[in-house]
Design a protein around this ligand. Structure first.
Ligand SMILES: *Cc1c(COP(=O)(O)O)cnc(C)c1O
Length: 368
C-alpha cells in the first residue's frame, strides 16, 4: 500500500505486497535487466493462459500496444479507424501515429461504451478497423461488433487497458477480437509501473507485432532488418513485477467487484445518481463511476470529497472535442452529455465498506 494515509484516500492504489519484490530482485541479480529474459517469457505465457489466447507479447505500455496492433493490421494513411469518443486519448492517438484518421463513435447512454449500434453508421469504404474500448472494465457486446465487422470486412481491436479479466460468457475480453491490447500502468487492474501487452490467436499478426516491437529484426537472421520497426520492448525487470501481479489478479478483480457492489448498496437509493449499466458481460469495475444530475453538481461533489481527503477523477473528456481532434467535426452528443457529469470514485483493495459509507454520506450532502 502506498498512498493511503490517515487523511487521504487515493482514487487507486498499487498493491506490491506479493512476490513483486522478490521476483524483481531475482531479475536484477541475474543481470537480465533489458528487454528480454525469463520473466518476459514467463509473463507472456502466463498472460496467454489467463486471457485464453495463443499469443501474448509484452510491450512498453498500453499506447504502443495499440500502435503495434494497428501496424500489424496494416493501418496507414488514407484509412479510417473507428474509436469511441469517451475513452482515454491513447486510443485515438494510436490511430494518428499510423497516419490514419480516427472516426469518433458516440457512447451508449446506459453502458457508456461505443458498441455496434454506435459504430455501424460510421463504417465507410475506408474503414480498416474498429477499436472497441471496454470502458472502466465494462465489457462491450462483442458478438454484435464481430458480426458487424465481418459483414463489412473490417478488423476488430479490443482496447482492454481497463478490463483485464472481464468476461463475456466464458471468454475474457482481449481474446475475442483480432487483437487485444492491455496496459500495465500503475493504476490499472495489474501493473508493471509502465507496461503493456498485446494478445491474439492469429500467428501471422503475432509475428508482425513481435517483429515491429523488436526494431524489425528478422528473427531468423540477426541484425537483418526487413522493415522499419520500433523499440517497444518491456524489460525483464518490469515483467518480473508483472508476473507477481498476475499471480494475484484474481484478488485484485474480486476487490474491485466487491467495491462496486458496496457502492451500489450505499448509493442506489440516491435518485439523482446514474450508474454505468453492465448488460453485456461480467465487468471488473476498474473505476466505479457515477453520473451527477448536472456538471455543476459534479464539480461541487468532487470539491466536497477533496476537502474531506477523498481523491476522485473526472470522467474522460470526450476525445472528439480535444484540440488535436476538434477539426474532424465529429458529433457525439451522448458522450458530451455524460462526460461533464461523471466522477470516478476510489476503487480497489484499499477501499473498504467504511470508506464507501463515508463517501456516500458526502455525496448525499453535496446533493442536498
Ligand atoms: C490506460 C489506457 C491506455 C494507455 O495505456 P498506457 O499504458 O498509459 O499507455 C489506452 N487505452 C485506455 C482505454 C486506457 O485506459
Amino acid at each position: 500500500m502506498t498512498g493511503k494515509t490517515q487523511n487521504f484516500l487515493p482514487v487507486s492504489d498499487t498493491d506490491l505486497s506479493g512476490n513483486e519484490r522478490s521476483y524483481l530482485l531475482q531479475a536484477f541479480d541475474s543481470g537480465r535487466i533489458s528487454g528480454s529474459g525469463p520473466f518476459v517469457d514467463r509473463l507472456e505465457s502466463a498472460f496467454s493462459d489467463f486471457c485464453g489466447t495463443t499469443y501474448s507479447l509484452a510491450c512498453a505500455n498500453g499506447t504502443v500496444a495499440l500502435h503495434l496492433a494497428l501496424l500489424a493490421l496494416g493501418v496507414g494513411p488514407g484509412d479510417e479507424v473507428i474509436v469511441p469518443s469517451l475513452t482515454y486519448i491513447a486510443t485515438a492517438n494510436a490511430v494518428s501515429y499510423c497516419g490514419a484518421t480516427p472516426v469518433f463513435a458516440d457512447a451508449d447512454p446506459d453502458t457508456w461504451n461505443a458498441g455496434a449500434e454506435q459504430i455501424e453508421p460510421l463504417i465507410t469504404s475506408r474503414t480498416k478497423a474498429v477499436i472497441v474500448v471496454h470502458l472502466f472494465g465494462n465489457p462491450v457486446d462483442m458478438d454484435a461488433v464481430l458480426a458487424l465487422a465481418r459483414a463489412h470486412d473490417v478488423f476488430v481491436v479490443e482496447d482492454a487497458a481497463e478490463a483485464h479479466g472481464a468476461t463475456i460468457g466464458d471468454r475474457k475480453v482481449g481474446s475475442i477480437g483480432d487483437i487485444g491490447t492491455f496496459s500495465f500502468y500503475g493504476n490499472k487492474i495489474m501493473t508493471t509501473g509502465e507496461g503493456g501487452l498485446v494478445t491474439t490467436d492469429n500467428e501471422e499478426l503475432a509475428n508482425r507485432m513481435r517483429l515491429r516491437c523488436g526494431q524489425g529484426m528478422d528473427p531468423a537472421r540477426r541484425y537483418w532488418f526487413p522493415i522499419i520497426g520500433y523499440n517497444y520492448r518491456l524489460t525483464n525487470l518490469q515483467c518480473a513485477i508483472g508476473l507477481a501481479q498476475l499471480e494475484r489478479i484474481g484478488d485484485f478483480i474480486r476487490a474491485r467487484r466487491r467495491c462496486a457492489e458496496t457502492y451500489r448498496a450505499h448509493l442506489s437509493e440516491i435518485d439523482a445518481l446514474t450508474f454505468q449499466a453492465q448488460p453485456d458481460g461480467h465487468g471488473v469495475w476498474w473505476m466505479f463511476s457515477v453520473l451527477m444530475p448536472d456538471p455543476e453538481a459534479r464539480d461541487r461533489t468532487m470539491r466536497l470529497l477533496e476537502e474531506n481527503g477523498i481523491e476522485t477523477r473526472p470522467l474522460f473528456w470526450p476525445v472528439h472535442i480535444l484540440p488535436p481532434y476538434q477539426s474532424l467535426g465529429a458529433s457525439c452528443p451522448v458522450a458530451e452529455r455524460i462526460a461533464p457529469r461523471g466522477i470516478n470514485l476510489p476503487s480497489g483493495g484499499h477501499i473498504g465498506e467504511d470508506e464507501i459509507r463515508r463517501i456516500a454520506g458526502l455525496i448525499r450532502k453535496a446533493l442536498a
